[in-house]
Design a protein around this ligand. Sequence first.
Ligand SMILES: Cc1cc2nc3c(=O)[nH]c(=O)nc-3n(C[C@H](O)[C@H](O)[C@H](O)COP(=O)(O)O)c2cc1C
Length: 169
Amino acid sequence: MSQIGLFYGSTTGKTEDIAERIQEALGDDVVTLHEISEAENSDFEQYDNLIIACPTWDIGELQSDWDGYYPELDEVDFSGKTVAYFGTGDQIGYADNFQDAMGILEAKISELGAKTVGYWPIDGYDFNESKAVKNGKFVGLAIDEDNQSDLTDERITAWTKQLKSEFGL
Ligand SMILES: Cc1cc2nc3c(=O)[nH]c(=O)nc-3n(C[C@H](O)[C@H](O)[C@H](O)COP(=O)(O)O)c2cc1C
């Protein structure tokens, strides 16, 4: 079994594309991808290390497949698990709700017992409000394919390097 389970939802394919690029950066044998629309609670429970990925939709809301799964999370035992998060969003179009979904999921899953790793600086972004900012940092990697796709490669490289150390791989 691989060391990390990466669970993602994606409506127009951008988050799915980033999930594949993160899998490639960490190693195909290290990361297994799970689309949240097809996931079950037991899929989460087999991993000690998780990456949770969600774009923000509908002005500050979870992507629809994650929205459907959200009530199920209460039944997953996250205690002892180490979890990293990434989101995709649009900081220009939705500056008051940039990456909110990542913050909503991190708050929930932490409350259920998981430890968060993979915090990311807010420098280099231009937005007003985000539920994904805690103690002056994003709770995970913020990707903006709508406005800053030119920065995505270097962000993925830096964040996955950080994760290797924080997951202890
Ligand atoms: C109708 C609509 C609402 C959106 N709302 C937000 C939002 O509130 N916050 C945000 O950061 N991005 C928002 N976005 C941008 C998407 O999150 C972004 O395009 C994302 O990469 C889409 O991911 P997906 O292709 O994996 O579904 C919105 C986009 C659309 C079209």
